[in-house]
Ligand binder design. Structure first.
Ligand SMILES: Cc1cc2nc3c(=O)[nH]c(=O)nc-3n(C[C@H](O)[C@H](O)[C@H](O)COP(=O)(O)OP(=O)(O)OC[C@H]3O[C@@H](n4cnc5c(N)ncnc54)[C@H](O)[C@@H]3O)c2cc1C
Length: 529
């Protein structure tokens, strides 16, 4: 029997395993995925982290503190008085992320980029009061590769067994204690059993299953769109969550999800409905399939991602209509795959593309993705939009009138204040980081900024904000809030702490860091026991 069984080889499972080995314990880590994809979602992650009280914040005189961050966190997530464990983890996060995440990540030899970004500022509910989104040089990919190297070359490596393509199916419970799992070796088809003193669930969230996303769709939202792209891990389906629930474990806040409003099918899809999440441009028109404005609120990213999702969910798909100059300046794609300058630490090229526009990315998307359409006139664009959708819902004359109206407002400074989208663009541009990535009131019909572009967008799933309820030692709790002996949960499987540390909304960039924090705290608690 091993001391510890870690189920799941994403960043949460890997960090837990490293820390337990550091403490001299034996570990069996099983992961359903292949050896090449060891590392889970972190391999694709951008590497943004919400951190509090860092030297980077001090350098830019950003007045942050754990108290301020906690206020922002609880208000924005709408955490209620009954959210005891999510609140306890939120307090732990804001207090300890500097030492347990920031300092620890730097101790691995990793660096953060010198700028701090201001994301999720909030809309009806205020979000981040200050900038705290730190971006890792090398992205999540370099971080998790660094950790895999440490794990596989660990000085206590003789106490480690890593089994790839091993799928856990159910937890084993003996005499009221969880004592391992059974499953299938998907390479050979043979079944297996691992017995352990402690079983740590690190299987990610549930949003890798579109069926689960639909099942836990937020109440009072418009009905889920017919097509939802999958932007999470295809094995993050909640299989072990549900086995745990069968043994009395409490799953909470599964209706809280961190999805995104602007997905496109991945041009090199790895699995069914694999999607890419675009960070949507701010200076375009965001339109329904009929070419009408989407939602009542201004559809500008950087304020309230959940609200954007709610608005686009009213439609089977939406459009952004803009021009090349806007897209080159403002488009980004979340993740390591489309950010080679950050992955490869190419600072000069990164700055050049930020300052002059990322034509490379636009060219790539126009050539690889069917969802990016270019045209020289609005009439041609409308025709191509109808061609892509197979529906004749875009009326060229109406679209032209919309573009002209938007451009007319831009050219008349007296009308700026009353236009919520333009006000937000101006508000964003007051922050240096956003000024670099946001056009200065760019007209869409401006011929010098052409050609015109339309991008068709779908709702895309990403992170589960809920999961297995845990206490501050990472111990799974049952429906009566009693500890379930032998069982722990870390990372996204635990809703990044307590079964839902973020409530309804994340301050953004609380996921990789939440995985590291829950993994390290849980391993420390196990070692202390
Ligand atoms: C494109 C992209 C960009 C992102 N950018 C950011 C960012 O900038 N900042 C941020 O904070 N977060 C970001 N995230 C989210 C973040 O990467 C994840 O929330 C985090 O990596 C989850 O880690 P995890 O270890 O909990 O789960 P996962 O990475 O999902 O790993 C779970 C592992 O469990 C395995 N598994 C599942 N079921 C079983 C089973 N039954 N048996 C055995 N193994 C199983 C899977 O194979 C997988 O390897 C991003 C995600 C994506 C996809």
């Amino acid at each position: 029997m091993t001391n510890n069984l870690v189920i799941g080889g994403g960043i949460a499972g890997i960090v837990t395993a490293i820390e337990l080995l550091d403490g001299g314990q034996s570990v069996v880590l099983i992961d359903r995925d292949s050896r090449e994809r060891f590392g889970g979602l972190a391999l694709w992650a951008f590497g943004g982290m919400a951190l509090v009280g860092t030297p980077e914040q001090k350098k830019y005189r950003i007045p942050d503190s754990p108290e301020l961050a906690l206020e922002d966190w609880i208000r924005f997530g709408e955490l209620g008085p009954d959210d005891h464990w999510p609140r306890a983890w939120a307090e732990c996060y804001v207090r300890d992320c500097r030492v347990w995440v920031y300092d620890w990540v730097k101790s691995l030899g990793m660096k953060f980029m010198p700028a701090v970004n201001w994301v999720e500022r909030g809309s009806a509910i205020k979000g981040n009061s200050v900038a705290r989104y730190h971006l890792l040089w090398g992205t999540g990919k370099e971080l998790v590769m660094n950790l895999i190297t440490r794990l596989m070359n660990h000085p206590n490596g003789d106490r480690l067994t890593v089994l790839h393509e091993h799928r856990a199916i159910g937890l084993i419970v003996r005499d009221g204690k969880v004592s391992g799992c059974d499953g299938v070796d998907e390479a050979s088809g043979r079944s297996f059993v691992v017995e352990a003193e402690n079983t740590i669930v690190a299987t990610g969230g549930i949003n890798g299953s579109v069926e689960q996303v639909r099942r836990h769709w937020p109440q009072h939202w418009p009905e889920a769109p017919a097509r939802i792209l999958n932007g999470a891990h295809p094995y993050a389906s909640g299989e072990i969550h549900h086995s745990a629930a069968e043994h009395g474990v409490r799953l909470t806040h599964l209706q809280n999800m961190w999805n995104y409003a602007a997905g496109i099918p991945h041009p090199q899809a790895d699995f069914d409905d694999h999607g890419l999440s675009l960070i949507p441009c701010k200076s375009g028109l965001w339109l329904s399939p009929d070419g009408e404005a989407v939602g009542a609120a201004p559809m500008v990213t950087g304020y309230d991602t959940r609200e954007l999702c709610r608005q686009v969910a009213e439609h089977p798909y939406t459009w952004q209509v803009l021009n090349w100059k806007i897209v080159a300046r403002e488009l980004a794609i979340s993740g390591s795959e489309h950010n080679p300058r950050i992955v490869n630490h190419q600072l000069i090229r990164f700055l050049f593309e930020t300052l002059t526009g990322n034509d490379r990315l636009v060219r790539q998307m126009v050539s690889e993705s069917t969802e990016f359409i270019t045209a020289n006139t609005v009439e041609e664009l409308a025709g191509k939009m109808n061609g892509l959708s197979g529906e004749k819902r875009i009326d060229a004359a109406r679209l032209k009138a919309r573009v002209e109206e938007y451009d007319a407002v831009l050219s008349d400074s007296r009308r700026w204040e009353k236009d919520p989208q333009i006000s937000r663009i101006q508000h964003l541009r007051e922050w240096r980081g956003d000024a670099l990535r946001t056009c200065n009131l760019q007209a869409i019909g401006d011929r010098k900024a052409g050609p015109l572009l339309a991008i068709r967008l779908h709702f895309i799933s990403r992170k589960s904000l809920g999961g297995i309820q845990t206490d501050l030692q990472g111990r799974a709790l049952d429906t009566a809030e009693q500890v379930v002996p032998g069982l722990y949960a870390v990372g996204e499987a635990a809703g990044f702490g307590g079964g839902g540390i973020s409530g309804k909304r994340s301050l953004e960039g609380t996921f990789l860091s939440g995985c590291i924090l829950t993994a390290r705290k849980t391993a420390a608690a196990i070692l202390q026991e």
